[in-house]
Design a protein around this ligand. Structure first.
Ligand code: ZN
Length: 215
């Protein structure tokens, strides 16, 4: 079953994307440009290594940060922005939008926007809902604040218990297309998978003429 999850999360959702035109699934790009995104950081375990790896390949990415983690790691949060990456909102305590009240969700989002703005002195323009769970309240919050809700085009499932670096890298390399938004995690639960997978992804795709931009 776990082997199927990346396929379901990648291809199973494509028929429904047109129903949610305000959500970003993929960038309209003709060239070999892809958009790496990292959820859940910053962390002591991964962020510094992610930054080094991305810099080696001159790759930019978008990091959807948990507000509480950003507060614990102000230096790492600033380092992401200094390196040319973008940071976005992933709520303050990684709440599930499907199981909290609208009021709580708004508090989480507002607090994170404030925290990231204060730490980085940049305007925060994007969010990714934890667990990829969008709601009407989230869409409204985004519309009122000109924030973009970012979903994904390629979800290799680096966080799955059965994930291996080889399998995650192979999935991304096989399924990437121009403008793809790719989801990986800055999360200690998949440290041993994500870092080596990213190294392979960057090495292989860069050699094939791909480049990586921030959203
Ligand atoms: Zn998350």
């Amino acid at each position: 079953m776990h082997v199927l999850v990346p396929y379901l999360a990648t291809y199973g959702l494509r028929p429904f994307q047109g129903f949610f035109p305000d959500l970003l699934w993929r960038v309209d790009a003709a060239a070999k440009t892809a958009y790496l995104t990292f959820d859940d950081g910053p962390t002591e375990e991964l962020t510094d290594d992610l930054l080094d790896l991305l810099a080696q390949y001159d790759a930019q990415a978008t990091h959807f940060l948990v507000g509480a983690h950003a507060e614990v790691h102000p230096g790492r949060t600033r380092a992401l922005v200094s390196a040319g990456h973008h940071v976005g909102n992933h709520t303050y305590t990684h709440v599930d939008p499907w199981s909290v009240s609208t009021e709580r969700l708004q508090q989480e989002l507002n607090r994170t926007t404030r925290c990231l703005k204060d730490l980085t002195q940049t305007r925060i323009r994007a969010l990714r809902p934890p667990y990829g769970h969008p709601t009407g309240a989230l869409r409204q919050w985004c519309a009122e604040r000109t924030q973009r809700m970012v979903m994904w085009d390629v979800m290799p499932g680096d966080y799955l218990k059965t994930a291996t670096a080889a399998r995650v890298a192979r999935f991304v390399i096989r399924h990437v297309r121009p403008g793809s938004v790719i989801v990986l995690h800055d999360n200690p639960i998949c440290e041993d998978v994500t870092l080596p997978a990213l190294a392979t992804i960057l090495e292989t795709l860069t050699a094939e003429g791909w480049s990586f931009d921030a959203l």
